[in-house]
Write a protein that binds this ligand. Sequence first.
Ligand code: GLU
Length: 423
Amino acid sequence: MVKVRFAPSPTGYLHIGGARTALFNWMYAKAQNGKFVLRIEDTDRQRSDQKFVDEILDSMKWLGLTWDELYFQSERFGIYREYAQRLIKEDKAFAEGDAVILRMPQQEIKLYDLIRGEIVFDTATIKDQVLIKSDGSPSYSFACVVDDALMEISCVIRGEDHISNTPKQLIIYQSLGFHPPKFAHLPLIMGEEGRLSKRTGAVAVSDYRQEGFLPQALVNYLMLLGWSPGNNQEVVDLDSAVKKFSIKKVNKAAAIFSMDKLEWLNSQYLKKMNTDDLVNLLKPGLQEKGCLLEQIDGQRLRTIVDLYKGRMTTLKDFWGWTDFLFEDSLRIDANIRQKHLAHDLRKEFKLLSERLANTQPFDSSSTEKIFRDLVAELGLKSSDLVHPVRVALTGKEVGPGLFDTISILGKEKTVQRLNEAFG
Ligand code: GLU
C-alpha cells in the first residue's frame, strides 16, 4: 500500500517550498492509488501557533491537496513516551532526568534515495540523540520516525534540507526494530539571484491567494519546480500531471523560482477560464472595493469580465483596472491629466458627447462610427482624440479597445464624463 505524508510544523505559514513538498507527495499518492496523510508536527508548543495550523489547512484545501488522514503530533505524546520507555528497557536508550537519550551505535549508514541514488553516511560524527526532551516533548526525529512507522508511510518525500536528519532517523528505525520507508529528497528551490527570499517569492501560499493567483496556476507552477511532464510542456493540469508523474524523474539540481513564469501561467489559466466562474471569483474583491453587486446587471458584469480576461495577470489586475466602471465619479490622477488633457478639447468633447447621446443602439461599432466621422470632419487624427477620451472616461492610459470600453461604460456615464472632463 502506497502511503505518503506531508508533515509541516505550524511555526510559520505554508510557503512555496512546503507547498511543493505537499504537492509532490499528493501526486505520488494519486499516481499509485495510494493515501495521502497530513501530519501537523506541533510538538514545539512555544513556537507552534493555531493561526499557522489554520492557514496551512486552508491553503492545502485551496490548492486542492486534500488528505485522507489528519494527525496532530501534540495529541500523541503518550505514544512517543511509550516507545522511548521500550528503548530504555532494551538498554538502547537511557534516561537523563526527564529526558530520554538514544545510544548511537557506530556504524555506516547507507541510504538509497529515489532521487539522489545511494548516499553513505558516517555516524561517527553523530552524537547520542535526544528522543524525549526534559519537558516531556519528543524530538523532531523521534516523533517523525515513530509516526512514519505507525502510520505505515511507505515513502518519505521531503525537502533536501532534511537529508542530514535521515541517518539519525534510520538509526531510530533500527533501534525500534521498524522497517524504514523509502526516501526521496526534493531539490532546493532557489531564487533567480541566489537564495529564495521574501522578495523573490518565498511568501505564504495565502499571500499568493490574496494577490489574485489561481490555485490551478500555482499548483501547475509548483509541479514544475523540479519536475517536468516532458516535451517542454508547461501548462499542465493536475490530472494529467498525476498520470505522468514519477518521483524518479525529479531533478537533483536546485529548481529556480521565477515570478515571471508563475505570472505567465496565471494569465494562461485566467484566459481559459469560463467567464461565469471568473465572475464568481471576482465578486468578493469587487464587494470589498465597495461595489454594490446587486445593482450590477449580471450580463454586463460578464461582458466586462470577458473584455478584460485576456489581459489579466492576476485577479487583482481586474479590480484595479475596472474601478472606473463601477464608481459614479471619476478621479483622474494629476499627472495623467497633465499628460493627456492639458490641451483644451472642450469643443471636440462637446460635439462627441452630443452625437453619442443620440446614438442608438449604443455599442462599439456605432460609437466607433460616430467617433471616426467626427475626427474626419474636424480634420484631426484619431490619436489626437483617442487618448484624451480614454483618460476622460477611464482615468487610465491603457485598457481594452476604446469603443468596447465606451460601450461597456454606457451612454449616460460616457456623456457625463465627456462633459465634465474640462470642468
Ligand atoms: N516538520 C518537518 C518540517 O516541517 C517535517 C520534516 C519531514 O518531512 O520529515 O520540516
